[in-house]
Design a protein around this ligand. Structure first.
Ligand code: TXA
Ligand code: MG
Length: 347
């Protein structure tokens, strides 16, 4: 497919009658796919009840058909259109974290198109906290299936330019609402089991969730790199990969320097992704700094931009430090380990 992808720049506050939002809503009702910002990353939306529309998402992204999509709603009451029941614990989580970066897996009533749920009996749903996303959801009056708006396997897009890099010519339009805030995707929580399970760490932290559900479990598959069957189907694919291979260096600045020096001596062109603290200690030309270690939310916000920074023609290998796995650091390290295909050099 080679279409002329429209790109609309929006400025806030978003007026309800904004012509770009109206046109985007019209395209969505007409079974087309449109990318829009959410508070986490940009999403590629289509009518969640329409199999033909949703198929266009899979085609544009090159996404495997067995990886289900998240349905976005404009209001918690829309959830009833899609599920057989809302367990009490799910209601509590919605009240506490919606709108926001939390996706709930609930029992599907079959109204979402088959390809949205990839044939599962459950459906993943979230209400995003972004004025553009909410305006499109309201204007289209449709629940929208929306995965991250990147080519499958690539880092998720945190601004409209990333979406254009991956999907220009393949999708009808992009709403540019500026860079996203959270920077990593939503947390996915399975609410169909007696005790809810975190299937993917994300913008809402485990610590936040424990305030509402003290006994919440983390899917053991997340810790087991060799597990072939995580409960969230998408977790098994190569993800977030930069253009050149990525290695994680787990150690202090001295150890990082040693590794860097050795690889340079072997003639490798190295790109470095580092906190401002580590960057200050290294004497190296190709470094992208992604914020202070003391602010893991800031690191999360810069992560995908950093992973997209180095081009294959310029560097042979990318090195990145590891971060503390507390708070949103758990999501940062989950994405980094996947981006590195679990290649970690330990001190
Ligand atoms: O922040 C986000 O969640 C972004 C924005 C656009 O909302 N969306 C996003 O979608 O990250 P995607 O498709 O890249 O990731 C969806 C994740 C996958 O890991 C998928 O396997 C999981 O949610 N998922 C979807 N439906 C599921 C279900 N019924 N059961 C278990 N996991 C499910
Ligand atoms: Mg994705």
């Amino acid at each position: 497919m080679n279409v002329n992808t429209k790109l609309w720049k929006l400025s806030t506050p978003i007026d309800k009658e904004n012509p770009a939002i109206m046109e985007a809503a019209e395209l969505l009702r007409d079974k087309q796919v449109v990318a829009f910002p959410t508070e986490t990353v940009y999403g590629l939306g289509a009518d969640a009840a329409d199999e033909e529309a949703v198929q266009k998402i899979f085609e544009a992204k090159g996404r495997p058909a067995d990886n289900p999509l998240i349905v976005h709603v404009s209001d918690p009451s829309q959830v009833f259109q899609l599920v057989t029941e809302i367990p009490e614990i799910a209601s509590k989580l919605m009240s506490a974290f919606w709108p926001g970066p939390l996706t709930l897996v609930l029992p599907s009533n079959g109204r979402a198109a088959k390809n949205v749920t990839a044939g599962l009996t459950t459906v993943a749903i979230r209400m995003p906290n972004d004025p553009v996303a909410l305006a499109v959801l309201h204007a289209s009056a449709l629940p929208l299936a929306a995965p991250s708006a990147n080519l499958s396997g690539r880092p998720s897009p945190t601004d409209a330019e990333h979406v254009m890099q991956d999907l220009a010519g393949k999708i009808s339009a992009v709403l540019d609402g500026g860079p996203t805030g959270v920077g990593v995707e939503s947390t996915v929580v399975d609410c169909t089991t007696e005790i809810p399970i975190i299937l993917r760490p994300g913008g809402v932290t485990k610590e936040d969730l424990r305030e509402i559900v003290p006994d919440i479990i983390v899917d053991p598959a997340l810790a087991d790199v060799h597990n072939e069957k995580p409960k969230s189907p998408g977790m098994k694919y190569t993800h977030y990969a930069p253009e050149s291979p990525l290695w994680l260096i787990d150690g202090d600045a001295g150890f990082f320097k040693e590794q860097l020096q050795q690889l340079k001596e072997e003639g490798q062109r190295i790109g470095v992704i580092a906190s401002s603290e580590l960057a200050a200690e290294l004497d190296h030309e190709s470094i992208i700094a992604c914020g202070t270690r003391r602010d893991l939310a800031g690191i999360a916000g810069e992560l995908y931009r950093a992973l997209r920074h180095f081009k294959k023609a310029e560097v042979d290998l990318i090195l990145c430090e590891t971060f503390e796995e507390t708070g949103v650091g758990a999501a940062v390290m989950n994405r980094l380990k996947k981006a590195a295909s679990h290649k970690i050099i330990q001190h």
